[in-house]
Write a protein that binds this ligand. Structure first.
Ligand SMILES: CC(C)(COP(=O)(O)OP(=O)(O)OC[C@H]1O[C@@H](n2cnc3c(N)ncnc32)[C@H](O)[C@@H]1OP(=O)(O)O)[C@@H](O)C(=O)NCCC(=O)NCCS
Length: 155
C-alpha cells in the first residue's frame, strides 16, 4: 500500500532549480528590489538551506539561509503577497529555525530594512532583537538604505 500525500495541506520541501521561474514571480511582486535568477541559482549551487512551502501544488513562500560555525544567517524569507497575514511567514521562520537547531546553530542572524515594518514585527514577535546596523547596505529608491541586524538565540 502506498502512502497518500494530501496536496491541499501546506508542506515544506527543498527548493530545486526548476522552482526559480515561479520564485522570481513571487520575489518580483513582493520586493521593491528583488533578487535575480543568478542569486537564487548561486544559493542552490552553494548548498545553502533553500526551502519552499507549497500548497495545492503552488509555491506560497520560501526561505533561504546559510548555516555554519554555530550560527545561521537568514538571507531571504518571502511569502506570496496574496497569501500574506495567514501565518505563513511565521511557519517558514519556524521551519528554518528548527533546521538551524538540527545543524547545531546557536544563533540566527538576519538583516532587514528599517522601513520594512511588517518583517520587523514578524521577527520581534519571534524572539529577535536588534543588535546592530549596517550603513548603506541596501539599494533604495533614491540611493541606499541602512540594514538593521537582528539576532535570536536558538539555545
Ligand atoms: C514579511 C513576510 C514574510 C511576513 O509573511 P506573512 O505570512 O504575512 O506573516 P505572518 O502571517 O506569519 O505574520 C506574522 C507576523 O508578522 C506581522 N505581520 C504580518 N503582516 C503584517 C501586516 N500587514 N501589518 C503588521 N504586521 C504584520 C505580525 O506581527 C504577524 O503576527 P500576528 O499574526 O500576531 O499579527 C511577508 O510580508 C513578505 O513576504 N514580505 C515581503 C518580503 C519581505 O519583506 N521579507 C522579509 C525580508 S527581511
Amino acid at each position: 500500500m502506498s502512502a497518500q500525500v494530501n496536496e491541499a495541506l501546506p508542506r515544506f520541501r527543498p527548493m530545486v532549480e526548476a522552482d526559480i521561474v515561479v520564485i522570481l514571480e513571487i520575489e518580483e511582486s513582493a520586493y521593491t528590489h528583488p533578487w535575480t535568477e543568478t542569486i537564487f541559482s548561486d544559493c542552490l549551487r552553494a548548498g545553502y538551506c533553500c526551502w519552499i512551502l507549497e500548497a495545492e501544488g503552488f509555491i506560497i513562500g520560501y526561505g533561504i539561509m546559510t548555516v555554519g560555525a554555530g550560527e545561521c544567517h537568514l538571507l531571504n524569507l518571502c511569502v506570496r503577497p496574496a497569501m500574506h497575514r495567514r501565518g505563513i511567514g511565521g511557519r517558514l521562520l519556524e521551519h528554518l529555525t528548527d533546521l538551524a537547531r538540527e545543524h547545531h546553530a546557536e544563533v540566527m542572524l538576519l538583516e532587514v530594512r528599517p522601513s520594512n515594518a511588517v518583517a520587523r514585527r514578524l521577527y520581534y514577535n519571534n524572539g529577535f532583537n536588534e543588535v546592530g546596523m549596517r550603513r548603506n547596505y541596501y539599494p533604495a529608491g533614491n540611493g541606499r538604505e541602512d540594514a538593521l541586524i537582528m539576532a535570536r538565540s536558538l539555545v
